[in-house]
Design a protein around this ligand. Structure first.
Ligand code: GLN
Ligand code: ZN
Length: 777
């Protein structure tokens, strides 16, 4: 580090929630989309939110003078923001940019959400989180240009407010590594090939930031912690060398800000020495998911190591003593300085535990949301500057909270532990599939190509209103139950009229497929304001899995048997699987995930056995998140797939051979985790397939997969009603590829976000297509 390198703050966070403590941004942008407010009004709300964030972070103890406070706002998505800055707007939206190449808010929203036949940028999962980003489309012809100086303007806005922020951007390597090639790109083209053309744009932006007075910039490079992206590791590391030679080596200070490269979400591994050998001034590593290096790293002696010891992705209060010990050890690595940071941006956690007055106070004392985490960072920073003694009180308090949690009633329940410990191997398997198949065929007597849906039917405004009224106490339990039963009757009548073979109850009583179970199981708590961004303006409120899990009473049995009483056709019971319940909750971090998953599985097992005893012949256990929790590093896959698959089997193996178990998965990369899907041993698996024109039947056939599958015949993510011919063609192709008795007919996913209008028409077409194909058999 040269003398001119500005000081890096001893305490900082990689990012902060951007949706607002009461989802102010969501409300503002949705009002804009609906034409209820102007772009200027949304900009004003956004500026106010950014101001609030700066003020709040300063109050919590982050320094305002040395770039401790990140400037990481986004109207929709930070990867889309990078697309807007580098001018890489797809050709179909070229009419939306001005001369400079910049999108206004309306244009930006259109790229995110599409218009007519112009599809929006594809959305996909952001590393191992439940956040989704918009995938850049990069081809050989994509023209990069410095199209938007929004990051500079937001930096200047902070400065005017007396706060020197640290602009945060997706780094150039990650930006291209996450991009997909444009449709017309040659087969051997990879977006990362375009790095030399992209770097000058980043250099322009860095120059502009320096000119505006920014001492530091943060470039996020999480691609470096993942083996699951298209670009092979060697190529990625070579790109890092090239990128930071250009941006940090050839572009010298003070023409640019000092650069922090952050690598959140996992272990940086071989990326650390590579980054350390570049001319960047600071490196951020994730020390929650990743391991601390144990030996001195050449090159680090000129850099600040920003140690992500505070978990940005979960909500438990940290054991500050243990974290301080990690920080003290890092002193031996030979870095010029060690600073305290978060493992990831804090936008994966809610704002403030103080917004949860109704949460049990003991539970609340164990939690740290974003604001509490900033406090932890500030405390640890003080500890490394002033010494352990200076933060003695805070260390004790944190240790007390950790101890209180360890010993609290409900965290460890002997009866739950004993049951899990007493499990034998036969609790994890159902026996021979061929025998099950024969028993189920006899019992169910279904036509060839049985038709069904994935579970939910449209959640109408009336259903939402009834649920809200019930929550407020305006509807009694009995009144609410009556309304839901009326809805179930309508859904059953509709399915009978359309002619579906296996019916569902439609899930009207569920606010959310995970929270519904969390509310009905012991060991969970739910929040009131604990929203986190899932994509764009969409937020979810993850439940908190804090204690040993068990099922105090049957959950779905009443609804399901009521539904079955209305029809002679089989009604499919509908549950959410253990892995998905874990993936979409904040989960206790004091024991292996597999142990927690097995507790949830046992609770579900009881529910499934009760459904069977009540006469339900088909039970679906959804695992749409099975792929989502797959670790980023390939070396960790086997262990994950082992515990996740076993927990599903534990949940579903309590039933007789003639009870049919279904599962549903929400993604199309069947080939990628074929082994795991096989391991689930479900009798029937429905899976997203429509957008890839059911190509997965080829994978299924090639793998010799023996059990039944329901590849989705139409995409439910759009209101479009597919034609009979379209679906007939897909089904005709499928019966050629795999055995007829392996094939089910269903949409891609649940219908809860759709309206009845298109749902009814699409399902009618699906049935007509099925009958046409049956006639050819
Ligand atoms: N049964 C759920 C539904 O239909 C499944 C949803 C999902 O896979 N995300 O809504
Ligand atoms: Zn789905």
């Amino acid at each position: 580090m040269t003398d001119t390198t500005p000081q890096f703050p001893t305490g900082s966070v990689l990012g902060y929630p951007r949706i607002g403590p009461r989802r102010e941004l969501k409300k503002a942008v949705e009002a804009f989309w609906a034409g209820r407010s102007s772009a200027d009004e949304v900009e004003a709300t956004a500026a106010e939110l950014r101001r609030r964030t700066r003020t709040r972070l300063a109050e919590l103890g982050l320094r305002t003078d040395v770039a401790a406070i990140p400037s990481a706002f986004s109207f929709y998505d930070h990867v889309l923001d990078a697309t807007a800055v580098v001018g890489a707007v797809p050709a179909r939206f070229a009419d939306l940019v001005d001369e400079r190449g910049e999108l206004d808010l309306a244009g930006y929203s259109t790229v995110a959400r599409g218009r007519g036949d112009d599809l929006p940028l594809e959305m996909t999962k952001w590393f191992d989180t439940n956040y989704h980003y918009l995938v850049p489309e990069i081809g050989p012809e994509t023209e990069f240009r410095y199209a938007s100086d929004r990051p500079v303007r937001e930096f200047v806005e902070g400065l005017a407010d007396g706060v020197t922020t640290r602009p945060v951007l997706v780094g150039p390597v990650t930006y291209l590594a996450l991009a997909k090639p444009t449709a017309d790109a040659p087969a051997d083209f990879s977006p990362i090939d375009r790095l030399p053309d992209l770097l000058p744009v980043y250099a322009d932006l860095l120059r502009d930031l320096a000119a505006a007075g920014a001492p530091w910039v943060q470039l996020d490079e999480p691609a470096l912690v993942s083996d699951s992206i298209e670009v092979p590791t060697e190529r990625l590391l070579a790109a890092v060398v090239e990128a930071y030679r250009a941006l940090a080596g050839e572009l010298e200070r003070p023409q640019r800000p000092a650069i922090l490269v952050a690598a959140p979400y996992g272990d940086l591994g071989a990326g650390l020495p590579v980054l350390a050998a570049t001319a960047v001034e600071a490196i951020g590593i994730d020390l929650v998911k990743g391991a601390a290096p144990t030996e001195a790293v050449p090159g680090l002696e000129t850099k600040t190591l920003v140690a992500g010891v505070i978990d940005g992705h979960n909500i438990w209060r940290a054991d500050l003593d243990a974290k301080l010990a990690i920080l003290e050890q890092l002193e031996n690595l030979g870095a010029a300085a060690v600073a305290v940071g978060t493992s990831t941006s804090l936008f994966h956690v809610p704002h403030d535990t103080a917004d949860e007055p109704n949460l049990d106070p003991t539970l609340r004392s164990w939690l740290a949301f974003a604001d509490q985490k900033v406090g932890e960072v500030v405390t640890l920073a003080e500890g490394i500057v002033e010494g352990r003694e200076a933060i003695h009180e805070a260390l004790l308090e944190a240790s007390d909270a950790v101890a209180s949690r360890r010993g609290a009633a409900g965290v460890v329940r002997p009866e739950v532990r004993e049951r899990a410990a007493g499990l034998t191997e036969d609790a994890f398997g159902r026996g021979d599939f061929e025998q099950r198949k024969a028993a189920q065929t006899t019992r169910l007597n279904l036509p060839p190509l049985p038709t069904t849906t994935i579970g939910s039917f449209p959640q109408t405004p009336e259903i939402r209103k009834a649920r809200a009224a019930h929550a407020k106490g305006e509807l009694t339990d009995a009144q609410y139950e009556d309304e839901m039963k009326a809805e179930i009757r309508r859904v059953v009548e509709l399915q009978e009229r359309i002619g579906l073979d296996v019916l569902v109850h439609g899930e009207p009583e569920r606010n959310d497929m995970v929270q519904y179970f969390a509310e009905n199981l012991d060991g969970f708590a739910v929040t009131e304001n604990g929203w986190v961004q899932s994509y764009g303006s969409r937020c979810t409120r993850p439940s908190i899995l804090w204690g040993d899990v068990s099922r105090p009473a049957p959950i779905t049995v009443g609804w399901t048997t009521y539904t079955q009483s209305l029809s002679n056709k089989p009604v499919k019971g509908m549950l959410t699987g253990p892995v998905t319940i874990l993936a979409w909750s904040f989960v206790r971090d004091d024991q292996p995930l597999g142990d927690t998953a097995n507790q949830v599985a046992l609770a579900l097992r009881d529910e499934i056995v009760d459904l069977e005893a009540a006469g339900i012949a088909i039970i679906q256990v959804d695992e749409p998140a099975l792929r989502e929790l797959l670790p980023l590093r390939a070396q960790d896959h086997a262990a994950y797939l082992d515990w996740s698959v076993r927990s599903f089997r534990l949940a579903t193996s309590g039933v007789r051979p003639d009870t049919q178990i279904h599962t549903h998965l929400c993604y199309s990369e069947f080939g990628q985790i074929m082994g795991a899907i096989d391991g689930l041993d479900a009798d029937v698996t429905s899976i997203e397939a429509a957008r890839s024109k059911m190509e997965i039947v080829e994978d299924i056939a090639a793998a010799g997969y023996p059990r039944a599958v329901g590849p989705g015949v139409y995409d439910i993510h759009s209101p479009r009603v597919p034609s009979v011919d379209e679906m007939t063609e897909l089904l005709t192709g499928a019966v050629k590829a795999i055995a007829v008795d392996q094939l089910w007919v269903n949409p891609d996913c649940g219908l809860k976000t759709r309206r009845y209008e298109e749902t009814t028409a699409s399902l009618e077409h699906m049935l007509t297509a099925t009958q046409a194909v049956r006639a050819t058999l």
